[in-house]
Design a protein around this ligand. Structure first.
Ligand code: NCD
Ligand code: ZN
Length: 427
């Protein structure tokens, strides 16, 4: 099989190419990148007017498999990823049972190999059953191929246990991906702690809920030498904490989700739980800090926190519904519309934060369009305007606050291991 991508704007953070090039793919590899490639190929894709980037890598998805396959499966989540331009995703371990041992890691990896069109990697839990009492067997999960550990969905509240986990992760050479939430301080909160939210009769989640654990984890990373990756940062405090940590030479990276840089708590409709996620939508001050943090490369990654739930679950009251929204199929247009068009990010920075940096964080030989690399590629038309329609999602989840929103930036083709795994109708 060979594919020739012609006339696109190749944006490659690895070789620092940003210009008009053709790319020739043979079997599963990029064999040539040149200004004009004359060779014939079985499939020719005209990428005129499009960005051609390394396949996107999402460090934060929930695939609900095993245990909650009515919400999503490895297969449907991977199809949603391909539709969204992602060729690699990292699945979080808050499954049922919790992915806290090597057999559960193997289950997801094997299922993905058998039926996912893209690469699915599984993060291991930090504690057994995510109960926060006893460490999981981190070494054996890493030996099984898990590239990171995380307690996502909660924090390891016991600081000593958390420090032990960081020591082991440092020895194993994997990052600790931290969901920062002081569980006691949550106090039943469901949305940001501000006047507008309180007026709607909802309980608040203050910034300190996140910031306290972010500071603690940075201190522990400093003491243990672990690589700490802060998940779904939502507060201006988090951005400051990451800035300071980096200044002091602590090994920390951080991610921001599209919903957190696109919406504020003022957008929350108390009658619609599609605006409910953890951490919550924050204020304008927080959103501006997140955008500037991304612009200034304090914040390294854009990740989706794709969190599918059933329609029945999300129809419940704001307080009773579960936290989380889907994100795989809206990340590209939101990033282009909110960050690239508004000049917070260059297209090169977009490719860094959605592919190159995530690859580096997981230690993967990906995020590159250099000759000889595996052909994971995404083609995006940055100018195509369209209306987000949840009914077009490949995900089982329809829980998005972005249904009906007009955006720019459409994924046209996703190529994984040299195979076209998604193609838009009009290309
Ligand atoms: N983010 C969410 O609102 N929900 C996530 C858990 C998580 O990422 O913390 C989920 O698993 O549903
Ligand atoms: Zn989380």
């Amino acid at each position: 099989m060979s594919i020739l991508i012609k006339n696109g704007r190749v944006i490659d953070p690895d070789t620092r190419k940003d210009g008009r090039y053709d790319i020739l793919i043979e079997e599963d590899k990029i064999v040539k990148v040149d200004q004009e490639i004359k060779e014939e190929a079985e499939e020719v894709i005209d990428a005129e007017g499009c960005y051609v980037m390394p396949g996107l890598i999402d460090l934060h998805v929930h695939l609900r498999d095993p245990g909650q396959t009515y919400k999503e499966t490895v297969e449907t989540g991977a199809a949603a990823a391909a539709h969204g331009g992602f060729t690699t995703v990292l699945a979080m371990p808050n499954t049922k049972p919790v992915t806290d041992d090597r057999l559960n890691i193997r289950y997801v990896h094997n299922k993905a190999k058998a039926m996912a069109p893209i690469h699915v990697l599984q993060a291991g839990a930090i504690t057994k059953g995510q109960k926060g009492k006893e460490l999981a067997d981190i070494d054996s999960m890493v030996a099984e191929g898990s590239p990171a550990i995380s307690e996502d969905g909660r924090s390891v509240m016991d600081s000593l246990l958390c420090k032990e986990a960081m020591k082991i992760a440092a020895e194993c050479g994997v990052p600790v991906m931290a969901h920062c939430e002081d569980i006691d301080l949550m106090d039943g909160g469901v949305a940001n702690d501000d006047e507008y939210i309180r007026k709607q009769g909802l309980r608040g989640i203050s910034n300190a809920v996140e910031d306290i654990i972010a500071v603690r984890d940075v201190m522990l990373a400093g003491e243990t030498g672990a690589h700490l990756h802060l998940c779904h940062c939502s507060t201006y405090g988090s951005v400051e904490i990451v800035r300071q940590a980096k200044k002091h030479g602590i090994n920390v990276t951080a991610e921001v989700c599209p919903h957190h840089f696109t919406l504020t708590s003022k957008d929350v409709d108390a009658g619609d739980a599609n605006y409910k996620m953890n951490p919550p939508l924050r204020t304008k001050k927080d959103v501006e800090a997140l955008k500037r943090g991304l612009r200034d490369d304090i914040m390294d990654v854009i990740a989706t926190d794709h969190a599918p739930h059933s329609e029945e679950e999300k129809r419940r009251s704001f307080t009773a519904a579960p936290f989380g929204i889907v994100g795989l199929e809206t990340a590209v247009p939101l990033t282009i519309s909110e960050l690239v068009e508004k000049e917070y990010l260059t297209p090169m920075q977009m490719a860094e934060k959605m592919s190159y940096n995530p690859a580096k964080i997981l230690g993967l030989d990906k995020g590159s369009l250099a000759e000889g690399k595996i052909a994971d590629v995404v083609i995006i038309d940055p100018n195509e305007e369209y209306v987000i329609d949840k009914n077009t999602f490949a995900s089982k989840g329809r829980n998005t606050p972005f249904h009906g929103r007009t955006v720019r930036g459409k994924v046209k083709v996703t190529i994984c291991d040299g195979k076209v795994v998604y193609k838009d109708k009009q290309i």
